[in-house]
Design a protein around this ligand. Structure first.
Ligand SMILES: [Zn+2]
Length: 387
């Protein structure tokens, strides 16, 4: 059958959908340039907006509607009078119809996606179900996505493929653009609620991506747009390490982003300059051997040595070199050193007096964890709004 109609009423190129133009259906819908014909009772399920739309339809008094050819009675009747959907994409609408018409086995398969397309399909369904208020359909798609991302290994291998970075996990290869799409849907559906389970399940993916320093500019602009402050702070922090040439080159960064990075550069530099001389305070153990004063001095020296970037002096620099401005990396290294010290397994080149004070290792470690966590949670404070 020739599905091209060439109707004068519509832009040329309008055609019937291959799959969801069901001749025995009772309502015709135009999405962009594709005509769908389906069953009203299927679209009106699940508390959807279509239920209200169609009930308005049946409320119309036939005598009144008779002469009014523009009334809703006519809408959807045939190809010449379809219900015209605004702002939807054919593929997304087709995914919704797939979900409403699918048999149980197909629904079961979609519940645990095995391909990137399967994930995109769920994201499309959640998106359009949210728009047209298919209540349980939206919840189902969001739950499938949440389960998928919770169960995915969060430590990806990165593979550059045709200029686009792909985050490769053991299970389903996932491009950054898909991660962006799912995150946008999560923000749309969960944004106003307190219970952001999908967004929380997506966070490790973003952290891994930013950690590998790929697509950082994209991550920065997306997380900023969606108001994901913690991830945005991490992206700014990572972008900072990449250096100014990269800020200028990255097509995802705007002038405002670059100004923020510049003011962040000054704030982080200031913080890092003070870091070696600012050990976090802690309450000494009652059995502190040397007494708080002397032990405190020893702690101060030990902290300074952890924060030193000089490989001959620094405890941390022996394990891993960090950029001066990698404030988070340096603090995380300090946490790791303190945890090793607390377990009594730290081996340093020189002997630091603080290593002798066993009782105070634990409170000092805990204070280091608190500082690190605070900086991690509030990275965005280094990059305030540009006035
Ligand atoms: Zn002490």
């Amino acid at each position: 059958m020739d599905s091209s109609l060439g109707l004068a009423l519509y832009p040329t190129g309008v055609s019937r959908d291959d799959k969801y133009y069901i001749p025995v259906g009772d309502v015709t819908i135009l999405v962009s340039k594709t005509l769908f014909r389906v069953h009203r009772h299927v679209l009106a399920r699940d508390g959807s907006t279509f239920e209200d739309l169609f009930s308005l339809d049946s409320d119309v008094d036939p005598d009144e509607g008779q002469n009014d050819t523009r009334s809703f009675v006519q809408d959807g009747a045939d190809d010449e009078h379809p219900i015209v959907m605004q702002g939807d994409e054919e593929d997304v609408f087709r995914d919704l119809l797939w979900c409403l018409y699918a048999l149980p086995q197909k629904i079961l398969e979609a519940t645990t996606p095995k391909t990137e397309d399967g994930i995109l399909k769920l994201a499309n369904i959640a998106h359009i179900a949210n728009k047209y208020h298919f209540v349980t359909t939206e919840l189902w798609a969001l739950q499938c996505l949440t389960d998928f991302f919770r169960n995915e290994p969060s430590n990806p291998q990165i593979q550059a493929q045709q200029g686009q970075t792909r985050v490769r996990t053991q299970r389903v290869p996932l491009s950054t653009s898909t991660l962006v799409k799912v995150t946008e849907v999560a923000a749309l559906c969960e944004g106003r609620e307190h219970n952001n389970v999908l967004l929380d399940a997506l966070r490790p993916k973003w952290k891994s991506l930013i950690h590998t320093r790929s697509d950082v500019g994209l991550a920065l602009s997306v997380t900023e747009r969606l108001g994901l402050r913690d991830l945005c702070g991490l992206a700014y922090h990572t972008m900072l390490q990449q250096g100014r040439e990269n800020w200028d080159r990255d097509p995802h960064l705007t002038r405002e982003h670059r100004i923020r990075l510049l003011s962040g550069f000054h704030k982080v530099t200031q913080f890092c300059d003070l870091l070696p001389s600012s050990p976090p305070a802690f309450t000494h153990h009652p059995n502190c051997i040397d007494g708080p004063e002397e032990c405190g001095r020893a702690w101060k020296a030990f902290w300074k040595s952890m924060m030193s970037l000089d490989p001959d002096v620094g405890v941390g620099s022996q394990a891993m070199r960090h950029d001066k401005l990698d404030v988070l990396g340096r603090l995380m290294m300090a946490v790791s050193i303190m945890q090793t010290l607390e377990k009594g397994e730290l081996q340093t080149l020189g002997t630091h007096p603080f290593e002798e004070c066993d009782e105070c290792h634990r409170p000092a470690m805990q204070a280091t964890v608190v500082v690190c966590k605070k900086v991690q949670d509030e990275l965005m404070d280094f990059f305030p709004d540009v006035v």
